[in-house]
Design a protein around this ligand. Structure first.
Ligand SMILES: Cc1cc2nc3c(=O)[nH]c(=O)nc-3n(C[C@H](O)[C@H](O)[C@H](O)COP(=O)(O)OP(=O)(O)OC[C@H]3O[C@@H](n4cnc5c(N)ncnc54)[C@H](O)[C@@H]3O)c2cc1C
Length: 347
């Protein structure tokens, strides 16, 4: 990190007003580090309640979904994210990115055929392990294939260590920002809470439930994806399993239905014997699939939101693009520009 300790803990390095980042989830934290690195003054504020980043498993899986498709822009965003996490790890002396190979399991012959049909696409090939060859048959599954480039961001460690760093420099505050007069220096990174307040037009936020488990004898060397869910090893016989998708009941209360569904995923991917250590719920901030947006707001200030299910992958790269825009006027591609997504909000 260029900035070392030369940066001011107070405002005014470049003569402008300091920025205020509202929200210390993945979006706000990555933005804070990016401004820190560029020597820009800011305050980082969080109400310290809720927030899906603290619930997330932090999984990055390069080729996802029923359609077995690479995440949009992964060839650019993944290297950016890994460089970013490595830099912050070195600065804080803590490890929170844990690379792990992924095994994608197909539940049905149709799903397996779909995976096989995509296997030779130039966009998929770079992410295939085992030279693209299917893995040995695994009982109970129609097929299995290995993926590289994946892993787990320990989001809580990343967020807590970052908060402590900024707190110790007097630029972190616990506060719940309710209303603000228009201010061009406000950077709104409030996740689902901001979307559900209807500040950015229609949203598709989705509640998700997740379990932390203890199990002995399960494979701890791979992330397993299949049966509509995933199983992520944490080390020491612990795992995270998830997740549900629910679009109507948007709260962060764990439910018995969620418990049953995620337990079923865990049994399928790990095995029948496990102990549940924690059951949590959060709300994914979704505007347009898991494709985040940044941009100026008509009422003043800027937004960074819509990380969806892929905050670990996209937050560092989007923070960098927002900083380029704020500090140098360099606009991102149209597909990342909130004004293009919601033109009436910016008339
Ligand atoms: C069950 C579940 C599993 C997931 N698993 C993964 C995964 O494996 N991999 C992955 O990449 N993503 C995953 N996600 C998605 C991931 O959590 C999100 O993409 C990401 O965390 C969103 O980050 P954010 O900073 O935009 O929002 P948040 O994490 O919600 O952060 C917003 C912050 O702003 C604060 N805030 C809001 N309004 C105010 C205000 N007015 N004043 C002060 N503070 C405020 C909130 O308290 C919160 O701390 C998962 C999500 C869920 C729910």
């Amino acid at each position: 990190m260029d900035r070392s300790e030369r940066a001011p803990d107070a405002a005014g390095l470049k003569g402008g007003a300091p920025w205020t980042i509202v929200g210390q989830g993945l979006a706000g934290t990555c933005l804070a580090w990016t401004l820190w690195e560029r020597g820009e003054p800011f305050t980082l504020i969080d109400r310290e309640q809720g927030g899906s980043s603290r619930v997330a498993a932090g999984l990055i899986n390069p080729v996802t979904g029923k359609n077995f498709e690479p995440s949009k822009g992964i060839d650019v965003f993944l290297p950016e994210a890994l460089r970013f996490y490595r830099k912050i790890e070195d600065l804080l002396g803590t490890r929170f990115w844990h690379p792990l190979p992924v095994i994608r399991l197909a539940s049905t012959p149709a799903e397996w055929l779909k995976i096989l049909s995509k296997r030779e696409l130039p966009t998929v090939v770079p992410w295939l392990g085992n030279q693209g060859r299917p893995l040995e048959p695994i009982e109970g599954w129609s097929g299995a294939i290995a993926l590289t480039g994946g892993g787990r961001l320990d989001t809580r460690t990343f967020l807590d260590c970052s908060r402590d760093f900024f707190l110790s420099r007097g630029i972190y505050q616990k506060s719940d920002i309710q209303t603000e007069p228009p201010n061009p220096h406000m950077l709104w990174c409030e996740g689902a809470r901001g979307l559900m307040a209807d500040r950015y037009g229609a949203h598709r936020c989705a509640k998700g439930e997740i379990l932390t488990l203890a199990a002995s004898g399960w494979d701890e060397t791979h992330i397993r994806i299949g049966a509509g869910g995933w199983l992520v090893p944490l080390g020491g016989g612990r795992f995270k399993a998830g997740a549900t998708y629910e679009w109507q009941q948007l709260d962060d209360h764990p439910t018995t239905a969620g418990l049953a569904r995620v337990s079923e995923i865990a049994s399928r991917l790990g095995g029948p014997e496990f102990e549940i250590i924690a059951h949590e719920a959060g709300i994914r901030p979704i505007l347009r699939r898991s494709e985040p947006l940044i941009g100026p707001l008509p009422q003043g200030g800027w937004m960074f939101n819509g990380l969806g299910s892929k905050g670990s992958l996209y937050a560092p790269g989007m923070a960098s693009r927002l900083a380029d825009w704020l500090l140098s006027g360099i606009e991102p591609g149209e597909e990342m520009d909130f004004r293009k997504f919601h033109p009436q909000g910016n008339a």
